[in-house]
Ligand binder design. Sequence first.
Ligand SMILES: [Zn+2]
Ligand SMILES: [Zn+2]
Ligand SMILES: [Zn+2]
Ligand SMILES: [Zn+2]
Ligand SMILES: [Zn+2]
Length: 440
Amino acid sequence: MEHSVASETCEAAAKPCAALKPTNNTAIKCLKCDKVYIFPADKDDCLAHLYLEHRLVIADVEDIALIEPYLQHWEKEFQTHEFEQYCTTMFLDQLPDGTYSKNEKYFLLCDILPQDYELRQRLQQQRLSNALLRHQFELTDRDFSKECLFCRTVIKGLRADYLDHLFDKHFLLVGKAEKLVYVDELLEVLEENLNKLMCLYCEKIFKDRPTLKEHMRKKGHKRINPNRREYDKFFLINYNRNNAAPTPRKQQKQPRQQRNPSHTDTSVDFDKHFARQDSDHDSDWSDWAGEGEPVVIKCLFCAEEQTEFVKVKQHMLESHMLDFDEATSALNFYQKIKVVNYARRQLCLLRCICCDLQFDEFELLAEHMAQEAHCRLGERASWDKPEFFFPYMENDGMLCVLDDSAGDEQDPDVVRIISEDNIAQINKDAERLSLENFKL
Ligand SMILES: [Zn+2]
Ligand SMILES: [Zn+2]
Ligand SMILES: [Zn+2]
Ligand SMILES: [Zn+2]
Ligand SMILES: [Zn+2]
């Protein structure tokens, strides 16, 4: 599959906060039409449908604690409200499939809206209390009974006894019962993997059981890989992690300035592509730098600000060893937009742009990016998603100065090739938007 290469590189990085919840089948209705999807299996299809059919993108969808009640909440709201009433709106000069079309309207549902923010917080709390409740049960329930993954012994009693058996008799380290939750499901996953002759740690497939056993013993792969996102939900520690994270778009928000209907010269390029609608709802990208105020362009990797793009690029080259023009030379205008918005988001969440590792302080992140030479733009699979069409930072001067002539309007042959690539890419966007979650 074409996604496998990209997903492998992502797997290597430790990803915080995946879908931390037990899997079950829930029918979820589309937010706009009567289509029904069975979650979690159809989640990707549903998100792709929302984008392709209804032009709706849900921001940071991978970070939503419980996606089903989230969608159910909004499905109800949108029975009586239009997307416009809750979403950030934006116009792009293309259809969801990437075909050129003037002023097409798109919607972003994100936590800049207080109702959405509160909903996301509430779901996170709910997920946490669900997990704690289940954890308490699993620690004390003595009716557990299951055959060992390796030998024929049936272990009865506490789940802790079972885990102890795996370690004492087979040296398999799954984790301490006090730190785990949804243990039954975890054991099922392990059992399935072993039946597929798959190593529990590196997930390589082997031809027979003895070879697999030999590999796991020799390589010391007698444990599960806690950095794999799909295991996140089995480790209690992950349930609280997201609470400390700042709420990105909200934090970025500065006091609103007086709306200025006439845009400054510097935003001309930007306006060419993004015709912002005038609506009376609190549309947050509507106020750009006021007249006379120079547009400030912030470095992608630190707090450095300049009024000239050339100087920012020079700074990025000298301080972060990134040649911005070279790094983005193969990208078209919209892709550059996505890269910048993605980078803004990562820094705001204190996550590395390149490997997605999360830090508690900006200084530590900056140190990491410098040491690992991670002041780069990151994998395409990370940023090439429709949600990054939408500006992340208010008054992001860089979006106004991105050069759109290089890719889009050179000689006709070049345009044709680039736009074909673009179509293919945008088609994948919808998949990736959700596939990411699925794959990691
Ligand atoms: Zn629909
Ligand atoms: Zn055993
Ligand atoms: Zn292995
Ligand atoms: Zn910098
Ligand atoms: Zn990194």
